[in-house]
Design a protein around this ligand. Structure first.
Ligand SMILES: [Zn+2]
Ligand SMILES: [Zn+2]
Length: 272
């Protein structure tokens, strides 16, 4: 495996994960990684629900600073966040960025009109197409509200297809081009990265999120900046199918992927 950094993973600081950060780090050491970046959930202003997705920033920052020095001679540990974007939240993210110093910020759309596509109810009484279109349109309109300097990459762009009744069987770049192109153009114009999230392989889609067709189109439009992450919530999923994603990206003509430290990017070769 030549991709030696995983830039999307969670620990027990995230509402849907119970694994202590140390377990993720130990697994990363076993895999021979050079670095990993925790990207803990912060989704605020959600409707009433069981899981809490707001991050305890002070505790997180304290623990990350301890782990960074504790493991400094063995592996590079970075602390990032996966910020759940909503149209009214750019000022909140701005305030967080002024108060805390993160290495990396993933902007992810998790909720549409307060509804979570993770749950089957989301797809009830509407066509799958309608749901996918609404998701992609909302993703574009919401991301557009965020100043480019407030985030580094767009997380799992088309991950809604993991949860639809037909998953990705009727989904392709071509079928949704009108909704996908504006997102890709926005990222390219602003010099932002597109995340390649291998969770899609884990969900049995046979592709990452976004799918190969979207990645091909991104490349065609001039997009070059990628970040790569497994979205692991469990140590066993760290770097999930990274070999497979590497082969796919090389095949599509990508040569580099980006990692971040203190919000500064560094490009690493995909075939190095
Ligand atoms: Zn996410
Ligand atoms: Zn995540």
């Amino acid at each position: 495996m030549t991709i030696r950094y995983d830039y999307h993973l969670h620990s027990d600081f995230s509402g849907d994960c119970e694994i202590p950060s140390e377990f993720m780090i130990e697994r990363a050491l076993t895999l021979g990684l050079q670095g990993l970046c925790f990207t803990e959930h912060h989704d605020q202003d959600l409707p009433e629900q069981e899981l809490v997705f707001t991050l305890d920033f002070d505790a997180y920052v304290r623990k990350m600073s301890r782990l960074k020095s504790q493991y400094a001679d063995r592996i590079r540990i970075c602390s990032g966040i996966e910020f759940g974007i909503m149209k009214h939240l750019p000022p909140v993210l701005q305030t967080l960025l002024e108060k805390y110093s993160f290495d990396f910020v993933i902007a992810s759309l998790h909720f549409v009109d307060g509804k979570d596509p993770y749950y089957p109810e989301y797809f009830i009484e509407r066509s799958e197409r309608e749901c996918y279109e609404e998701f992609l349109k909302t993703e574009y309109e919401t991301l557009k509200c965020f100043p480019p300097q407030s985030y580094d990459t767009l997380g799992h762009m088309d991950f809604i297809v993991r949860y639809g009744p037909n998953q990705n069987r009727e989904y392709s770049y071509e079928a949704y081009a009108d909704y996908i192109d504006p997102i890709l153009r926005l990222l390219i114009e602003n010099g932002k990265c597109l995340e390649v999230n291998t969770g899609g392989f884990k969900y049995g889609l046979g592709e990452p999120n976004p799918c190969a067709g979207v990645l091909r189109r991104y490349r065609e439009l001039g997009g070059e900046l990628l970040t790569i992450g497994s979205d692991a919530h469990d140590p066993k999923h760290l770097c999930f199918d990274f070999d497979r994603v590497q082969a796919l990206l090389l095949d599509l003509g990508f040569r580099y992927y980006a990692i971040f430290q203190q919000r500064k990017s560094e490009m690493l070769p995909l075939n190095g």
